[in-house]
Design a protein around this ligand. Structure first.
Ligand code: RB5
Length: 154
């Protein structure tokens, strides 16, 4: 897969672990930076990664800031970006399978690099679960995105 990555100064500590995971798994990387501890604003990075995924240029995205919160909030403002803040491997699998999250967000100040690598590996090893109940729920989320009431009739 082609994976877009973005970090702010709070998340950049996870950059080597994320790159290692992507390299080990043989994925192509579109790198939006930052690679420096100098302060930057996370929304810009979230926007670039989310746009790369939603446009189809990349298959999925990985973002990290201090907590992963700012990145996930910002990325989820982009239509058709479904960003999941992950801090354990079980959630990483569920994000990919049940939620069809197309972007994973990590916290550089909340998890260590080894766990970040394991989370990225678990997340990228998933495919969306096509069970009808999961598809229905994902479609309901899409209706919220389009400012419609979730359809619970099916
Ligand atoms: C930067 O200090 C910090 O606010 C940022 O990395 C992120 O945690 C925001 O959610």
């Amino acid at each position: 897969m082609k994976i877009a990555i973005g970090f702010d100064h709070g998340g950049v500590a996870l950059r080597p672990a994320v790159l290692e995971a992507l390299r080990d798994l043989g994925h192509e990387v579109l790198d939006f930076g930052t690679d420096s501890p100098d302060p930057v604003d996370y929304p810009e990075y979230a926007r670039r990664v989310a746009d790369a995924v939603v446009s189809g240029e990349c298959d999925r995205g990985i973002l990290a800031c201090g907590t992963g919160l700012g990145m996930s909030i910002a990325a989820n403002k982009v239509k058709a970006c479904y960003a999941a803040l992950l801090s354990d491997c079980y959630s990483a699998r569920m994000a990919g399978e049940h939620n069809a999250a197309n972007v994973a967000c990590l916290g550089g100040r909340t998890i260590n690099p080894d766990l970040a690598k394991a989370i990225v590996e678990a997340y990228l090893d998933t495919e969306p679960d096509c069970a009808q109940r999961h598809q229905r729920r994902r479609e309901q989320v899409c209706r919220i995105e389009d400012d419609m009431v979730p359809d619970t009739s099916t």
